[in-house]
Design a protein around this ligand. Structure first.
Ligand SMILES: [Fe+2]
Ligand SMILES: [Fe+2]
Length: 202
């Protein structure tokens, strides 16, 4: 059944109008959806996680670890005279930043997690605390190798790679398993009062 030109124009105008209206409604829906999401507690929680200071400390340490990784990767080609210095640089970073970070976690963060995870024996964070012991042991092994008159680059690199891998996994476990327990159960103020912050680098 055909339409006369007048009807066709009216229909086209109607469809254009409805198309614009649908678009406007979609836009309104999006704006409304965003406003609701912004007002919901989970959105606020994501924006202001109580554990943010620890996450920021991890980000900062990761950046330095990338540099340490480059230093370790350059050892094989480094002239003998420079090798020892580069090894000592890596060891100094682990001793001055990683070890104090782990100690601070065991003083404030881990007890707070254990308190909320129940009164299990051994405590919930036992395996994470043990990983700190492994980290400390491997750092000292690296220091011992670097302290030799002629340190072996291969031995040092192998252990440094182990340590870097362990730290990457350990940080991820803290961020994905431990910190969310406190983010769910503490406000930012409670977190700061009970846990405090990570050790700050000078
Ligand atoms: Fe840790
Ligand atoms: Fe950590």
């Amino acid at each position: 059944m055909g339409m006369n030109p007048g009807e066709r124009n009216r229909r086209a105008s109607f469809e254009r109008h409805m198309g614009c209206r649908a678009l406007t409604m979609r836009t309104h829906t999006l704006v409304l959806g965003f406003a609701l999401a912004a007002a919901s507690p989970s959105f606020v929680l994501r924006q202001e996680r109580p554990s943010e200071s620890f996450r920021a400390e991890h980000r900062s340490i990761r950046e330095h670890l990338r540099h340490v990784e480059e230093v370790v990767g350059s050892l094989a080609e480094a002239p003998g005279a420079e090798r020892k210095g580069r090894m000592s640089e890596a060891v100094a970073f682990f001793r001055e930043h990683i070890v104090p970070h782990a100690e601070a976690e065991e003083r404030g963060l881990y007890p707070a997690v254990d308190k909320r995870a129940g009164s299990a024996v051994p405590p919930f964070t036992a395996s994470m605390r043990h990983e700190h012991r492994i980290v400390g042991r491997w750092v000292e092994e690296l220091a011992a190798e670097a302290g030799k008159p002629s340190p072996d680059a291969r031995t040092f690199c192998r252990r440094a790679d182990n340590l870097l891998g362990l730290l990457a996994a350990h940080f991820e476990e803290e961020e994905e398993v431990l910190l969310p327990i406190l983010d769910r159960t503490l406000t930012k103020e409670e977190f700061e009062k009970e846990v405090g912050g990570p050790v700050r680098r000078p």
